[in-house]
Design a protein. Sequence first.
Length: 150
Amino acid sequence: MSGIPKSPLILGLAGLIPFIWGALTLINGDLHDWGTRTFGARFVGPYVQLFYGSVILSFMSGILWGFATKTSGGKATTCYVLSVLPALWAFFTTGGGPVSAAINLIVGFAALLLLDAVFWYWGLAPRWWMKLRILLTAIVVLCLSVGVYL
């Protein structure tokens, strides 16, 4: 991914591990059983994806909050309000079972990508931001979809 600094790219890709691991343990029973024995039931299948997904949406709220500090006045107020939406979405929508929680996380990550685009368009995010966010969001949505559609 040319143009993305090495550290954010590596850390962003590493941040996909729980989503990918969760998807793999959903489609492979032997891997699921091994993961359960080795790490515990909380760290396989949809459980690792849903908990980690909520954490990441909250983390991304913090990132957007940081971008909001680059502006002032009414625009800053708008940015601060928008920045808390991903965390609130995760908090209020990830109960009710693994399928509905995964669907809500997919919606949350898609909406986050729109917020990323707004902050980027306003010049508050780095130029390379959308390249990274599109890649990461696509993989997250694909991994969460495994638990919804398979």
